[in-house]
Design a protein around this ligand. Structure first.
Ligand code: BES
Ligand code: ZN
Length: 600
């Protein structure tokens, strides 16, 4: 086989990228950019070391909204011709660069657009410190191409170096080896020695400081937030130790967190060496740290072994949820992890109900051709994926399953893999021709069929059984203030709130709120769940807190159900639109794309 044929064999077809990596592929990126807060643009050069496998005369990159100024070949930078293809709203434009059979290096000089979807430019008012502007990127799933011309497919991996010029009073960090300190020049250098897919390219610029947590771990945050963050995440080093105990050595040297301003559209993003995280997990009681376990777990499932296309997203998220709960079990015991499992199962059944039990989007292996991957990526990948892996674990026992998963991570380390390759590996390494086991595992039912197989095992939780007792007592008329809620964690509270009836009287709402002060909860999960009841029952006492929450927090997972509940009545919709008009400038494009569609 020629090298080109070999490469072709390894690459899974990605319908969300214009790149043709079997013909010409990027291996390493040298990024040299300047960040300009006045014009809200990033400009500079992306230089690639490439492999012209087919020895043809073209290499294709993905771009969206980028201004391509010049393209050069070779170390001496000889100008070459290029052409941008037609624009697709979701995929952007292919950039065709003319190369020679022996071209090794391509340099693209470019500039981003002020509305690049991956970039959120915050003014000082939108930060904790209120003094300096802030920038962060969000590249997953296919937004890297809005800030770097790149072969934007998770099946393609590169190493990178970067030189980033920022305003002198600010600091820059990336998904790479980081500087840890502000310097006087405003120029920062980065190195990512391990090969990563494009969706893990990440940059943030702002007034930030670094605080060490353990020998291998630390936190970047605004000075105003660092204290709270250091308390909340004090156990992250222990998490790393627990994770290594289960799936072997952490392969990325350091593991740090960057705590972002509240408009960050996700809970967390597993940028390698530097997880980006929402400040809405700063609950002051370390109750929401499973999110850190989740992003840390991605250092194996996702960053080390990567879904080759977005149709295989469950390989990233299903494994990660499974691993996240194993880490939490290791640290806090089975009863704790069981609570997370039950809450996750509730999310799953809700999602299946919303999508419809026979919806194709409830299969693990997705078909997102012609769609924005961001739309098709739901809780199914996370929770059905997790349930499938638990199901296999129960079928073969934990010891055997752990051995298998360890081997899977080692075999595919620093590679991308797809559903078929995983299933082949499962058959070869675990099922090994055992027909009874194959039938039990039921690949067809879990991976390629919608909904949940009939005989799936529903997670249960002892601690929640007590919550259910308490709830029944309340439902039967016991005043809230007399309920036994001693030592409840936020998970128990969340379970309790989720169980509350859809229709409640003002008196019931008041009774609960007086006893438990939900409206003023400092826990974002509790607050978001409570607001749904407040909206459904027209409980006006929560109005102000609701509006404050919606104007500050940009996390899509919270915003979508709240706006949806509001939009369910004509009066609520009016309120939703009024709040949205004010709050929208605070939200990231990832959130506004979804909300614009919902509220239009
Ligand atoms: N990688 C995801 C976030 C993501 C997924 C971004 C798809 C863009 C497209 C991240 O690891 C994640 O799953 N975050 C969750 C938190 C987690 C605890 C379930 C989130 O942001 O809510
Ligand atoms: Zn995840």
């Amino acid at each position: 086989m020629t090298t080109a044929q070999q490469a072709q064999q390894q690459v899974s077809e990605d319908v969300h990228s214009y790149a043709e990596p079997t013909k010409a592929v990027a291996r390493h990126l040298d990024l040299d950019i300047a960040v300009n807060f006045d014009s809200k643009t990033i400009s500079g050069t992306a230089s690639y070391n490439i492999d012209n496998l087919a020895k043809g005369n073209e290499i294709i990159f993905d771009t969206r909204g980028l201004q391509i100024e010049k393209v050069y070949l070779g170390d001496n930078r000889e100008e070459t011709t290029f052409r941008l293809g037609e624009t697709d709203k979701v995929l952007g434009q292919p950039l065709y660069v003319t190369i020679k059979p022996d071209t090794k290096r391509v340099t693209i000089q470019y500039k981003t657009s002020p509305d690049a979807a991956a970039l959120q430019w915050l003014n000082p008012q939108q930060t904790a410190g209120k003094k300096y502007p802030f920038l962060f990127t969000q590249s997953q799933a296919i937004l890297a191409r809005t800030w770097i011309p790149i072969q934007d497919s998770p099946g393609i991996r590169i190493t990178y170096n970067a030189k980033v010029q920022v305003p002198k009073e600010l600091m820059a960090v990336m998904s790479a080896e980081n500087p840890m300190q502000k310097n006087a020049t405003g120029v920062y250098n980065f190195e990512m020695k391990q090969q990563i897919p494009s969706y893990l390219m990440a940059l943030s610029v702002g007034d930030m400081v670094f605080r060490e947590v353990g020998p291998q771990t630390g936190i970047y945050a605004e000075p105003a937030t660092i204290e709270a963050a250091a308390y909340e995440f004090a156990e992250m080093d222990k998490m790393l130790v627990a994770a290594e105990k289960i799936y072997g050595k952490y392969r990325w040297d350091r593991y740090d967190l960057l705590v972002l301003p509240p408009s960050f559209p996700f809970g967390g993003m597993e940028n390698p060496r530097l997880t980006f995280v929402t400040p809405t997990v700063l609950a002051k009681d370390r109750s929401l740290t499973s999110l850190i376990a989740h992003e840390l777990a991605h250092s194996w499932s996702g960053n080390l072994v990567t879904n080759a296309t977005w149709n295989d997203f469950w390989l990233n998220e299903g494994f990660t949820v499974y691993f996240e709960r194993r880490i939490m079990e290791e640290l806090y015991g089975k009863p704790y992890a069981d609570m997370l499992a039950v809450l996750g199962y509730q999310d799953l059944t809700n999602t299946i109900e919303e999508l419809g039990a026979d919806s194709e989007d409830t299969r693990l292996k997705l078909d997102l051709e012609g769609r924005d991957p961001d739309e098709g990526l739901t809780d199914i990948a996370y929770e059905k994926g997790n349930l499938f892996l638990r199901h296999i674990e129960m079928a073969v026992g934990r010891e055997r399953f752990d051995e298998f998963v360890n081997k899977y991570f080692n075999t595919f380390a620093f590679q991308s893999t797809d559903t078929d390759k995983f299933l082949d590996f499962l058959r070869k390494e675990l099922i090994k021709g055992d027909e009874e086991l194959a039938e039990k595992i039921n690949i067809e039912g879990w991976v390629f069929s919608p909904g949940l197989p009939e005989n799936h095992v529903k997670p249960t939780s002892e601690r929640f059984a007590q919550v259910e007792e308490t709830y029944k007592a309340w439902k039967n008329g016991k005043p809230a203030a007399q309920l036994n809620t001693k030592d409840w964690s936020s998970h128990e509270w969340l379970h309790f709130i989720r169980m509350l009836p859809e229709q409640m009287s003002q008196q019931q709402m008041q009774d609960l709120d007086k006893a438990f002060n939900f409206t003023n909860s400092g826990n974002s999960e509790v607050l978001a769940a409570w607001f749904i009841h407040a909206i459904n029952n027209n409980y006006r006492t929560a109005d102000k807190a609701l509006e404050t929450f919606l104007t500050n927090v940009g996390r899509r997972k919270f915003l979508v159900p709240i706006y949806k509940a509001l939009a369910a009545t004509p009066e609520g919709k009016k309120k939703a639109l009024a709040i949205y008009a004010k709050a929208r400038p605070n939200y990231h494009a990832v959130s506004t794309v979804t909300l614009d569609e919902m509220l239009k």
